[in-house]
Design a protein around this ligand. Structure first.
Ligand SMILES: [Zn+2]
Length: 219
């Protein structure tokens, strides 16, 4: 396999870094790209470059966005008193697909895993706590940046929708404890079981996830 010209080998190496792509598949993709038109290949390269340049994290919820604030946080029809906490931006999509949820999100950027060196300060946990106790600290979208207590309703409920894995459960418990200590009047719930244990939210079908959401329980 080292008989490829260096540019081809470089493409194979880069493609094989993608999740779920082994060396064999990387080679197949590389040859597909080589056969593709110059326009298609350039469009792929440009799409990758653009997504890295233009997509950042929402200043409120840390979801992916090409604006300072994501579309969900900007949406006045959403319930800003209800926050669903997820591990990754990719977890927002299946939650949205359930059509069970009309609140807003908070994306942690991972799950607690001391063995892998992921501690509370590596996740957006303190940002969540700040958001919960002082929603007025976040100026309403489109305003002149003035913070005002009329800007956001008080947070009533936090739904912990971290993955039903060891690290996801540990993260949910840690956050539940912090929230209880910080503001006992806030309801903290966890998605109901029915989700396959040990798997990622990303892979749950929308019916299962919708039911799990509807049956969330207090923590
Ligand atoms: Zn947002």
């Amino acid at each position: 396999m080292n008989s490829y010209a260096p540019p081809v080998q470089r493409l194979v190496t880069e493609l094989s870094k993608l999740p779920g792509i082994g060396n064999r598949t990387a080679q197949r993709l590389a040859f597909y790209i080589l056969r593709a038109s110059a326009e298609d290949a350039a469009a792929l390269a440009e799409a990758i470059r653009e997504v890295k340049e233009k997509i950042g994290l929402c200043e409120v919820c840390f979801n992916l966005t090409d604006e300072p604030r994501c579309r969900i946080c900007q949406d006045a029809r959403r319930d800003h008193g209800l926050i669903c906490v997820v591990e990754e931006p990719s977890d927002v999509i299946p939650m949205e697909r359930t059509h069970e949820y009309s609140g807003v999100y908070h994306v942690l950027g991972g799950a607690l895993s001391p063995i892998d060196g992921v501690d509370p300060e590596d996740l957006k946990i303190s940002e969540l706590l700040t958001r919960v106790v002082s929603p007025e600290g976040i100026p309403p979208a489109g305003a002149d940046g003035q913070a005002g207590s009329e800007g956001r309703p008080a947070v009533r409920e936090v739904v912990l929708a971290t993955n039903p894995t060891t690290t996801g459960e540990a993260t949910a418990l840690h956050i539940a404890e912090k929230l209880r200590a910080l503001s006992p009047q806030i309801t903290v719930t966890r998605l109901a079981s029915g989700l396959p244990v040990g798997s990622d939210l990303e892979y749950a079908d929308e019916v299962t996830l919708g039911k799990a959401f509807a049956g969330r329980r207090s923590l």
